[in-house]
Each structure stands twice: as structure tokens, then as C-alpha cells.
Design a protein around this ligand. Structure first.
Ligand code: HEM
Length: 390
């Protein structure tokens, strides 16, 4: 029996293995935005070709329980180094994340740049090779050509002050603790709020269903806590929106697609074990930017929090309002993208400058219609500001 298991497991693993594209000695990779999928219904996840395989010592894992889970099941390369296209396809297959939202997140992950107080320092990924680490720095991902952003290799999505930021749910703020790995004590707080504010279920128990009300109370409590504990708290509008968005991710993407509810047991599978729960189905309709935007507003509405940062005395100072049509987008895509991308040439330029796909987000958002996606085309600061003023 033992022999059969040993023989079957590698077979399953071979079926499911998605590898990091070999880009290391290439002259660069042109990023091609995957087509919008028509395979968007409910589906049991994982399938037989994607069993859980625990990460090994060299595998990158980071602050995102969604991406960690996908890599543990081989929907993303098991080593945690992925291309833009692999992230868009994997988040659609595993979680039914819509193209616009997946593209925006993968695009930001690839090109994100430190907030001003942390500059100069690494990018998130390497848009020349089309690779980003879902954890930290990796030998797979060298500096950009000509080191146009300085000598440091990209820091992956774990690097603080790009995408990763303060007031997470289960990771500590970088200034006061471990901002990358799951923290039991914070998760216990989330469970406490679930018990107090969650719905009852005859199957999983009283106070076991995670609801918007749970997130309204928990996120506000986390903000108040960090405002006091973290003298260096940074909660500008881009990060604030992402951090509430992540709470909306939990409700909308971790819930079982069969009935749309999220039990604390299911949530624990993703957060604690970074694996899909048994008998779990992805959501039955694609989860888009608009869906998550509505979720952010719903969660914030109970206890509104305004963007700002702590000063040297630990006093929370509100940011001046940004006089643009989409402050979160402006903060992330204009203020946190390196103007040095304007100096890119060749394939890097094609990936980050030409085509202006990223601008479709601002134009569509500002026109009040469906969001676009940040994809292969990220503009430098001046061009982006111009597009936003359109
Ligand atoms: C599409 C590409 C994605 C990227 C680039 C990405 C990136 C990230 C990053 C950088 C963080 C850390 C932010 C922080 O400091 O709190 C994060 C957190 C998070 N992500 Fe993702 N993510 C992606 C997709 C997903 C998906 C598909 C899900 C759910 C199915 C998900 C769920 C979460 C949750 C719940 C958190 C918050 C963790 C916490 O606060 O403890 N993400 N993600």
C-alpha cells in the first residue's frame, strides 16, 4: 500500500505542476494579458490534479493567504515565483476572481514601489522578466535592466510599504512585529469577533459564520490597536482601501460557493493551513473590482476611518484630501510607481509604458463605469497624472 501511495503522489504532483517561466537568461518577456475567461461558474476546488503539497525550504510564501494557498496546490508555481499571466489565471481558476481585479492586483504586485518615506529601495517584481515573488527576495528575480531603480533586487509582495502595509488582519505591522507570516494572536482576535458578532449555524455552531458585521468591528478594532501600538503607522488612502479590500476578500472569496457563507472553520483552513478546505467550491460568479469596492464601503460604513499616518508623537494626522477622481488609485498608481519607469527602454518599456492599459482603470473608474485592469502597461508619474486629468 505504501508503495502505491508513493507512486501515485508524484504522479498527481506531475499533473499539477506549474513551473516558473524560464526567463533568467532571456532578453526579457513581453507580458500578454490573458483573455477574459468564459469558465466562470461554480466549481469544486481543488481538483484531483491540484493536491496540497506543503512548501519546502526554498519555496516563497508571504503575507497573502490566497496566493499562498494557490501555490501550495500548484495553481501557482510551487516555488512561489509567478508571472503576471499565471497570477491572473490561477486566481480565476481557484477563487473565481474576475479579470479586472486579478489584473489590477497582479499589475501592482509587479511594479509597486515603496511609499515615499521608505525610498529609495526595491520594487515588488521584475516587469522585464515578468516575474514576481509571492514572498520575499529571490535569486530568480534580479534587478531591472540597467538597475534603473537602483542596485537592490525586487523584494516580492512581502516587502513592506508597497502592497504590503499596516493594519492587516493576521499579520503584524512591520514596525512592531512580523508583517509576513500568520500570527496566531491576531487570528484569535478575529475568532473572538466572529464569536461575538457572527451569525449562528446549525451545522458549524453559534457565532461561527463570518459576516460583514464581524469585519466592521474587527477591522475598526485593529485600526485602533495599531494606531496606539505602532508609532510609525502609515494608513494612506491606497493602503486603507487595500486593507479593507482584503477583509472583503475574506467574505467574498473564502466563502463556500455552494451557499455563499463563510464558517470560521473554512476561514481557518485558508489562514492557518493555507489549503483549500474539504468540499469547498469557488464562488458562483466572478468577483470583480466593483464587488470588492462595495464590500469596502459596507465594512467602512459602520466605523469610518480616514486616511492618515501617525506623527513622531504617535498622533494620527489626517492626510490632506486628494483632489482627484479616484484617490486610492492615484495614491497607488501615481504616487507609488517609480517615475524611473519613464526611462525604460525595449521590452521593459513595452511592459510598463506603452499601451496605457493601466490608465483604463482610472479612466473607467472616473467615468463611473466598470473598472479596468492594471496590466502590462504602467505609466510613469507625469503621463499618469495627465491621464487622470482627462
Ligand atoms: C491577484 C493577486 C493578488 C496579489 C498580488 C495579492 C497580494 C497581497 C498582499 C501583498 C497582501 C498583504 C497585504 C497586507 O499587508 O495586509 C495580501 C493580503 C491578503 N490577500 Fe492577497 N493578493 C492577491 C490575491 C488574493 C486572493 C485571490 C485572495 C483570496 C482568495 C487574497 C486574499 C488576501 C487576504 C485575505 C489578505 C489579508 C491577510 C491579512 O490581512 O492577514 N488575495 N495579498
Amino acid at each position: 500500500m505504501g508503495r502505491i501511495v508513493l507512486w501515485i503522489s508524484p504522479l498527481l504532483w506531475a499533473l499539477s505542476t506549474l513551473t516558473t517561466p524560464a526567463a533568467a537568461d532571456s532578453g526579457g518577456v513581453i507580458i500578454v494579458v490573458p483573455p477574459v475567461s468564459t469558465d466562470t461558474g461554480i466549481k469544486q476546488i481543488p481538483d484531483a490534479a491540484h493536491p496540497y503539497v506543503a512548501p519546502g525550504p526554498g519555496d516563497q510564501r508571504g503575507p497573502c493567504p490566497g496566493l499562498n494557498t494557490l501555490a501550495n496546490h500548484g495553481y501557482l508555481p510551487h516555488n512561489g515565483i509567478a508571472s503576471f499571466e499565471q497570477i491572473v489565471n490561477a486566481t480565476r481558476e481557484g477563487f473565481n476572481m474576475e479579470h479586472d481585479l486579478a489584473g489590477a492586483l497582479a499589475g501592482f504586485a509587479m511594479v509597486e514601489y515603496p511609499i515615499p518615506s521608505l525610498r529609495p529601495a526595491f520594487n515588488g517584481g521584475n516587469a522585464f522578466l515578468d516575474l514576481v515573488s509571492i514572498g520575499g527576495t529571490s535569486s530568480w528575480i534580479p534587478v531591472l535592466p540597467g538597475a534603473i531603480d537602483g542596485p537592490n533586487p525586487p523584494g516580492g509582495i512581502s516587502k513592506h510599504g508597497r502592497f504590503e502595509g499596516d493594519v492587516s488582519m493576521t499579520r503584524q505591522d512591520a514596525a512592531i512585529g512580523d508583517n509576513v507570516n500568520f500570527q496566531n494572536s491576531l487570528y484569535d482576535e478575529l475568532l473572538l469577533y466572529t464569536g461575538r458578532f457572527g451569525d449562528d449555524s446549525p451545522i458549524t455552531g453559534n457565532g461561527s459564520i463570518v459576516t460583514t458585521k464581524v469585519m466592521q468591528e474587527f477591522k475598526y478594532a485593529r485600526f485602533l490597536e495599531d494606531q496606539v501600538q505602532n508609532k510609525a503607522l502609515q494608513y494612506h488612502v491606497g493602503r486603507l482601501t487595500l486593507s479593507y479590500g482584503e477583509a472583503a476578500f475574506v467574505l467574498n472569496f473564502f466563502a463556500n460557493g455552494t451557499d455563499g457563507t463563510l464558517s470560521q472553520q473554512t476561514m481557518g483552513s485558508f489562514f492557518r493551513n493555507q489549503t483549500f478546505p474539504a468540499n469547498w467550491h469557488r464562488r458562483s460568479t466572478p468577483g470583480s473590482i466593483n464587488l470588492i469596492g462595495t464590500g469596502v464601503n459596507d465594512i467602512l460604513s459602520a466605523h469610518p476611518v480616514s486616511p492618515g499616518a501617525n506623527d513622531a508623537n504617535g498622533v494620527y494626522v489626517l492626510d490632506a484630501p486628494l483632489n482627484v477622481c479616484s484617490p486610492p488609485y492615484y495614491n497607488l498608481a501615481v504616487q507609488n510607481l517609480p517615475a524611473s519607469y519613464n526611462n525604460a527602454t525595449g521590452i521593459l518599456a513595452q511592459n510598463v509604458i506603452e499601451g496605457n492599459e493601466i490608465t483604463t482603470v482610472s479612466r473607467r473608474a472616473c467615468a463611473g463605469s466598470k473598472g479596468g485592469y492594471v496590466s502590462r502597461d504602467v505609466l510613469g508619474a507625469n503621463q499618469e497624472m495627465y491621464m487622470i486629468s482627462l
